[in-house]
Structures are given as structure tokens and as C-alpha cells.
Design a protein around this ligand. Sequence first.
Ligand code: UDP
Length: 469
Amino acid sequence: MASYSSTFHFLVVSFPSQGHINPSLLFAKRLLRSGSCVTFATSRSALRQMRESKETFDDLSYAAFSDGYDDGFDIGKHDIQQFMDELKRQGPQTLGELIGNCLTEGREFTHVFYTTLIPWAADVASSFRLRSTLIWTQPATVLDIYYYYFDGYGDVISDAGINSSSPIVLPGLPPLTGRDVPSFFSPENHYSYFLPLMKRQFEILDEQGNSHKVLVNTFDALEEGPLRATRKLNLVGIGPLLPSAFLDGHNPSDTSFGGDIFQGSSKNYTEWLNNNPRASVIYICFGSIHLLTRRQRDELARGLLSSSRPFLWVMRDAGKNDEENGQLIYQEELERQGIIIPWSTQVEVLSHPLEGCFVTHCGWNSTSESLACGVPMVACPQWVDQRTDAKLVEDMWKTGVRANLKSGTIIEGEEIRRCLDLVMGEGEKGEEIRRNARKWKELAKEAAGEGGSSDKNLRAFLEEIASSV
Ligand code: UDP
């Protein structure tokens, strides 16, 4: 990427979760390639937890705001709703202090970037007369669904949220049903903070006007229609945001996001992976937030055992000995068939040539990492946008199958086994899925590589900033 000006100083503000830190830190590193300086900001506790994996570059500095949980947020103990309230209360003030301190030190910012879930960062930026841009960390399709909810389709989407099989037709998007839209529209949603927060986000985008761009962690070929689906939003695909070594090869030594906030020491699984037959291993991981219920873990264990295939299972909190997190049933049989670890370097695992299938919650990073590494998926969405991501994987990109819920709540062992057999088996369906997975891997590489659509889009965006300062 051409050097614009070494005097540019960008601020990248990330919501303090792994799923936001990974793509936004990668984005910060892409900005460094333009010859700019970047300050990466997230919460105090997340930044502290990142310390072991944090990478150092001359032009990258780190700074922190408070989310009100400076000693750390624990999903198993704390309440998300309270966390979001506290973040909204303390985040703007402490982010304002951070920007103010930089100004006092003579380190002015050229532009502010902020991730999904913290629209107040745009308000803080404008209080310092700084322009800001949203980095949307989910698919464009999901952004469009929220957009339409606040733009005339609220009843259609809410009604479908009640009946999971109700069709939803939204301009420019594939046909959806109630089970494909984010969980915040379902009557069981307990998180009342979310829709008002999204409403505020769209107000901000509206205030910024039609020509204002939103950078999306997707790429043109993957979501061509959704990137152009709405009248008002100007969405720009700049993804997938993955370490260079696994994608564009620009920098082979760039093998990590550099921001792991988990420190669980893992057994050496690389040696174990190397000892298993080609493309035979099932990788299971439900992301960095969601904890499976005891019953769901037991069902997953049953499915894995009945498939008789080797597996690598990331089970956060597996060692805790309370009722929800205690030993699995079939623990001994499981340990003979596979390995269970508290944390993996996921992109490394997915890019391992032995990876056969990813049983995933379909968080957007996991989904796009799997697409970019060419790994077929068994989609087991739990909440938020994961339901939409699973729909896209199964019906649009056809790189996996979506596991069905029994009685609306649990994926049974037999269903897991059925999906694994479909995806990894010799049948036509499995062949098609694996062919598509290979196709999307190539297209993702093409998009992110030098001269690819995402590379060009980001360059053009930075040129615009350069010409406006
Ligand atoms: N991740 C990882 N190791 C793990 C679990 C997760 O490196 O054992 C990373 C994963 O590669 C992804 C992020 O954490 O980049 C999780 O983001 P995602 O959007 O998939 O799910 P979330 O955690 O937000 O539900």
C-alpha cells in the first residue's frame, strides 16, 4: 500500500471482546502499511489481558478506556446487560479523556475508526471535531437486516421473530425466515440494550449523510447484493480481516491477530494434528463468549463419539468443577478419540491441512476464518447474528450444513452425527460442500491480496481521507 503521510495518526477503537479486537487489530495493522501511525484502543482489562500476545510495531501504540469492569468481565459471573450499561456510562467519558490526553501531548488524530456496539465512540469523536467511520464486524447482510428493521420493515421482522418459519422478504437480500434473523428479534430475547443501541448507530450514520462509508469485514464477491442492498448505506467490503500469512501472503511471518485476551495454556495440539490422517479432523469451537450448557456439551460429545472421527475441541472453562462445567459424560472415551483444550490459535488450526470440518457457533470471525481457510462447516448458531451467518453458510455459499434444534433449544447427538456424515462423507452433498469451500478460499485470497477488491477498496477509502485533510 502506498505511503500517504507519516503524519497521519489514526485511532481505532474496539469493543472489548475477542470477536471485535481480532478484526480491528488486523485493520489497524493494515493502516500501518499505508505509512500512518495508529493508536489502538480497547478496555483497560482487555488490554491488560492481551499483554502476552500484544505485538509491537514502531508506529502502533495501545491505549485504554474504561468499560466499568477494569478488573475484568467474566461471562460466567457477570451480567451482559449490566456490562453494556456500564460501558455506555464510562466508555464515552474515558475515551474522551484518552483523546484529550493525546491532544495535550501534541498527538492529534486524523480520523477515528470504531467497531460495532460502541456508537458513542462516534459522538466522542465529533465532540473533538474528528470524523469517524464504523468498522462493521459482522456480514453486510446482518447490517442490512437491522437497517430495514428501523426503515419500514420493523413489523415484518418482529412478526417473523415470533414464528421462526415466517418468510421475510427484504430488498436486495436472500429470502429469509424468522430463524435466520438475529436473536434480538425473538420474544425470548433478554437483552433490551441491543436494539436501542443499533437505533442510535443508524441515527449517527444518517447524520453523517449518504456518502459516508461503513467498512465491512466481508468482500465484494461474498456479499455483492447485500453490500448494495440499501438506499442510504454506503458499505465497503475490506475483508476478510485475517493475519496475512493465512490469506494474502503479503507478510508470511504475520501469523497471529496479536490480541488474544485468553491465556489458557493449551496442550500442544499441533503434534496431535500432524499425527492424524489427512483432512479427517473435526475442530469444535463456540467462540470466545458463549458457554454451552451441560446438556448441549453432552449431546455434542455423543455426536462426536458416534461419528468415530478424531477431533480437537476447544472447551473454555472445561476444568471448572461446578455443575455446569464439570466433567463430561463419556470423558474417558472422548479423550481416546480426540483432545480437549481451553483455547486454540484458531486461524492456525483452520489453516492446518488436516482440518476436515469445523463445528462452529458461526460467530462472524469464525465463519469468515473458516471460509478463508476452505474448511467446511457444521453450523450450530446460538444467538445474535450467528443465525444469519449459518443461513448464509448453508444456503448462499453452500460450504456447510446447519444443525437443527430439537424443541427449539438443543442440538441432539444424532443431529450432530447426521451433519458430520453429510459434510465429511463420500456422498454428493459432501463433495459439493468441499468444492465450494475450496472455491471460497480462493476468492477470499483474491479479494484480500494485492490488487484484490478489498485491497482496492481500502486504498480508495484512505485516498479519500488523504484528500479531505
Ligand atoms: N478464537 C481463537 N481461539 C479460540 C476461540 C476463538 O483464536 O479458541 C478467536 C477466533 O479465531 C475468532 C474470535 O476468537 O477470531 C472469535 O470471534 P467470533 O466472531 O467467531 O465469535 P465470538 O467469540 O465473538 O462469539
